[in-house]
Design a protein around this ligand. Structure first.
Ligand code: FAD
Ligand code: SF4
Length: 331
């Protein structure tokens, strides 16, 4: 591990000042991803800015009926918060399907959004990786790519975003609040993470000087009809091969509104609003769910070891939608 200096920020303005003043500085929150990256020499910050004492660890009502999740609230506190369990159970389920109890106790909401890919080559300094070292090539495209992307990949990078929490946040149309040198701004969740394109080293649209302060959940939580389905190699403590967050607003057996987001298939939580809208006003039937699954995966492209994800994702979409639709009914 490289030598680095350490300081603890006392307020948000101070944290922004510190990060702006040193291009080799990085924030540290729970440290569950950053410390691993430092130990593997993937990231070499010269200065760590500890943000854990900032006043960003509350969950509170917003003026418009939603909830604001502080960036430093832990994943465990978020998942077990009574308001989240009652009004946003999809988010609770997604968080609890990830990592382990110990990790969720340390991991923060802001850190979860900014965790980096689990591509094996990204962590292996002996292999070329455009995300770790731009311009060196991508070892996964011709290598072992079982866990990689089937949607939205580029010829520079085929990595996937590993978060479960983010898949639910995408389906719920959340908003990320950030503060930087130019003040505060709100980023719609769909615009927060990026596809790899020609700059796979850039994961998000967060500015270099910006800190995540909170994540806002809109009033609509889809608590009556939802499902988070995570398909993985082990029952626990494993990242998703494919995951699906499904949320439905039902009027009898008719779907008034459908939301669908996928994890494990792309460089960002995958949302296809055009494809999901096909369900609006339709009956909750297997046939309609299959039509949507085909629509969402229409441009999917597999590589040597991961083509199975395309059919897996289609089946997971249908299963998650069925589960969401059937909640509260006797079938
Ligand atoms: C063994 C293991 C298994 C895991 N399994 C899963 C899983 O199944 N599903 C899943 O979703 N996740 C999983 N995780 C990932 C875990 O959820 C993340 O590591 C965690 O959420 C990161 O949060 P943190 O607070 O520890 O972030 P840190 O490690 O402290 O930081 C991560 C990054 O975010 C930046 N950062 C943190 N907070 C802010 C902020 N407020 N503003 C700006 N930048 C910030 C840091 O600078 C750093 O770049 C797993 C992790 C491990 C180690
Ligand atoms: S998929 Fe992306 S992260 Fe993985 S080796 Fe290729 S460039 Fe690196």
């Amino acid at each position: 591990m490289n030598r680095f200096s350490y300081m603890r920020a006392g307020d948000v303005a101070g944290a922004v000042r510190e990060i702006s003043g040193n291009s080799a500085a990085q924030f540290i929150a729970g440290g569950t991803n950053l410390i691993d990256l430092m130990k593997e020499n993937v990231t070499r910050p010269a200065r760590l800015i500890d943000i854990t004492r900032l006043p960003l660890s509350h969950i509170e009502e917003t003026g418009n009926g939603g909830l604001r999740l502080g960036a430093l609230v832990t994943n465990a506190e978020t998942a077990y918060h009574p308001q989240i369990e009652e009004r946003y159970p999809l988010l609770s389920r997604a968080i609890l399907s990830g990592a382990s109890a110990q990790l969720r106790n340390m991991a923060t909401n802001g850190g979860n959004l900014l965790q980096r890919t689990r591509c094996y080559y990204f962590y292996d300094g002996a292999t070329p990786c455009n995300k770790r070292e731009p311009g060196t090539g991508c070892s996964a495209i011709e290598g072992f790519n079982r866990i990689h992307a089937v949607l939205g990949a580029s010829d520079q990078c085929i990595a996937v975003h590993p978060s479960d929490m983010c898949v639910a946040l995408a389906a719920l149309d959340s908003v990320v609040h950030v503060t930087g040198n130019n003040g505060s701004r709100a980023i719609p969740f769909a615009d927060f993470h990026r596809l790899p394109g020609d700059t796979p080293e850039v994961d998000t649209n967060l500015g270099r000087d910006e800190i995540i302060t909170s994540i806002e959940l809109p009033a609509k939580g889809f608590a009556e009809h939802y499902a988070y389905l995570k398909v993985r190699d082990r029952k626990s403590y494993a990242f998703a091969l494919v995951s699906v967050a499904a949320a439905l607003e039902m009027s009898g057996r008719t779907i008034a509104e459908a939301r669908l987001a996928l994890g494990g298939v792309a460089h960002k939580p995958w949302r296809d609003t055009q494809a999901e809208a096909v369900l609006n006003g339709k009956a909750a039937t297997t046939e309609n769910f299959q039509i949507v699954a085909e629509g969402v995966m229409r441009d999917a492209k597999g590589f040597t070891h991961n083509a199975f994800k395309i059919e897996l994702a289609k089946r997971a979409i249908v299963r998650a939608l069925k589960h969401a639709a059937q909640m509260g009914t006797r079938q």
